[in-house]
Unconditional design. Structure first.
Length: 341
């Protein structure tokens, strides 16, 4: 026991020393270009170890590891700033790689499997073509109603709302039916979710069950055309403006991402109602969903930000890290990205 703590103490000291050196190096340089050169030099030193950075990296992350990842991407052929900020461009490059290789979740998140793939690319064991998976948008595209069409619909952290829409032709390639309870038997398309979200939903549901709560999945993936007919029907009944308070215009529904699932319980007769938030099942979900990577996307008291009514049943998958940070800081997705910009 004692020896172990000595080793830990020594290791910590080494880490601290390493951190101090980095700090001095950076503070010695005042101009930006010199700082950039320094980053490149650091990255080259690290490259002698061959490995790409370990550990998950994603949008909004900053630091040495991100800079090293960017240097690796540049080596593969991507043109991007090596500034240590996991920006939209970095997300795009990672997504582009993920789309060209089998067995990788396409999320824009640099994960363990992507790290292994990148090492294979750098060693020449795998080849990819820059932009062949996700061609970059030449210029911004807007919808008829003036929303911006997102350039990377695969991005696990893409914000889809009344200002940001999915491309009309976006249909996820990795839709699967999660192995969870549904309140109906039919094999409907709305049972589907994208693979990473489906896996997380299965874990959430089985943990709920272990805690004594029976959850039901009601409605997941919804294609663009389905949203067209749905919104048309609501608009005919309520008028377009009122319909848009509870239903999304085509392209602006999170359900088209394949990362959203409406859930419910027997105690509210499997309805999608705010009452679900009051049930023991709904409360358990509100407390635990983020530990599986889900957020309640349209929160109570945040209607001005999300521009939707409170929907305790609508879960959006964003991954554990982002979900936890949003929940702990009481931030909607919009606020999370605005606060960190
Ligand atoms: Zn929903």
């Amino acid at each position: 026991m004692k020896r172990k703590s000595i080793i830990i103490a020594l290791f910590t000291l080494l880490l601290l020393l390493a951190a101090c050196t980095d700090g001095e190096e950076t503070s010695n340089h005042s101009s930006d270009s010199e700082a950039a050169k320094e980053t490149e030099k650091d990255v080259k030193v690290n490259d002698e170890d061959v490995a790409s950075p370990a550990g998950e990296l994603q949008k909004l992350d900053e630091g040495e590891a991100v800079a090293q990842l960017q240097a690796d991407l540049e080596k593969i052929g991507y043109t991007l700033p090596i500034d240590g900020v996991y920006s939209d461009v970095t997300t795009w490059a990672i997504t582009d790689i993920q789309l060209q290789l089998d067995d990788l979740y396409v999320t824009g998140v640099y994960d363990e499997a992507t790290q292994a793939a990148m090492e294979n690319i750098l060693e020449g064991k795998l080849t990819i073509e820059v932009g062949a998976g996700l061609p970059p948008l030449a210029e911004p595209v807007t919808t008829d109603s003036g929303s911006l069409v997102v350039g990377n619909p695969y991005d696990q952290l893409a914000i889809i709302n009344k200002e940001n829409a999915l491309p009309e032709d976006y249909e996820p390639h990795d839709l699967v039916v999660p192995d969870v309870r549904f309140p109906f038997e039919e094999d409907l398309p709305k049972k589907q979710l994208r693979a990473p979200a489906a896996e997380a939903l299965e874990a959430l549901f089985s943990e709920a069950e272990a805690a004594g709560y029976e959850l039901f999945a009601q409605s997941g993936y919804r294609g663009y055309d389905t949203q067209v007919s749905l919104f048309k029907a609501y608009a005919a009944e309520h008028g377009e403006e009122e319909a848009n308070i509870f239903s999304a215009r085509p392209g602006e529904s999170e359900h088209q991402t394949g990362l959203a699932m409406d859930i419910t319980s027997e105690s509210v007769s499997y309805q999608l109602t705010t009452d679900f938030g009051e049930t023991p099942e709904g409360q358990w979900v509100a407390e635990n969903a983020h530990t599986f990577g889900f957020i309640i996307r349209y929160e109570e008291g945040k209607e001005d930000v999300t521009q939707y009514q409170f929907e305790p049943w609508h879960l959006r998958y964003v991954g554990v890290k982002a979900a936890t940070e949003m929940v702990e800081n009481n931030l909607t997705m919009e606020e999370y990205f605005a606060e960190n910009e």
